[in-house]
Ligand binder design. Structure first.
Ligand SMILES: C[S@@+](CC[C@H](N)C(=O)[O-])C[C@H]1O[C@@H](n2cnc3c(N)ncnc32)[C@H](O)[C@@H]1O
Length: 186
């Protein structure tokens, strides 16, 4: 059980979740594990984790419930239409092998106007990442995620940005964080 990014990057992720996910949301943490980095002071209605490792998710204090599910093997996500206000993928985008199909499913389970936030760093298990992610630089990875959104369809207002580390003004000692945010069309 471990975290995959350092403290400055984790703090940046928490800060961003608090800013971009409306309070009292129902949230899916897709490709979830030991921590979801949810900000303590930010109320949520419910957070569901979907991942491969029960032990990790059992010890994740942010999750209200979790399920074991191989999102690369199944073509559908095991949720009803329009059942979440937000879906978050944190430092796992590089392991998704059918990204357009997965993004279509994310769109289906989001409520209209719901937010989809993809957070990524340059930290990863290189042997597990898809090849196209490995050969892209940080900026190109944002464009790649935008392309998946476009191909999946029915997303609007996509924007990508750098997420400054928290607690380290220079940012030099932190893992870099980037985000792509989109909304489901109304
Ligand atoms: C890098 S960790 C991500 C962790 C977490 N989101 C975080 O911010 O620390 C990747 C996680 O994705 C999950 N995962 C990997 N492949 C998956 C798949 N095919 N379907 C669902 N979950 C998967 C694993 O259980 C693993 O814990």
């Amino acid at each position: 059980m471990l975290v995959h990014i350092d403290d400055g990057a984790i703090a940046a992720v928490s800060h961003l979740l608090g800013r971009l996910i409306p309070p009292d949301s129902e949230v899916l943490d897709l490709f979830s594990s030991y921590r979801s980095h949810w900000p303590k002071e930010h109320p949520k209605k419910r957070m569901v984790g979907l991942g491969l490792n029960a032990v990790e998710m059992e010890h994740n204090p942010d999750l209200d419930e979790y399920l074991i599910y191989d999102a690369n093997h199944e073509t559908t996500l095991p949720f009803f239409d329009e059942s979440f206000d937000a879906v978050v993928i944190t430092v796992s985008m590089q392991y998704i092998t059918h990204p357009v199909e997965t993004f279509r499913e994310v769109n289906r389970i989001l409520r209209p106007g719901g937010r989809f936030l993809v957070l990524y760093s340059n930290r990863m298990f290189h042997t597990k990442a898809v090849y196209i992610w490995l050969v892209c630089n940080d900026q190109q990875r944002g464009c790649l995620v935008a392309t998946y959104l476009d191909e999946a369809g029915n997303f609007t207002e996509a924007q990508g940005f750098y997420v400054p580390p928290q607690g380290d003004p220079s940012g030099e000692s932190s893992d870099p964080m980037f985000a792509v945010l989109a909304s489901k069309a109304m």
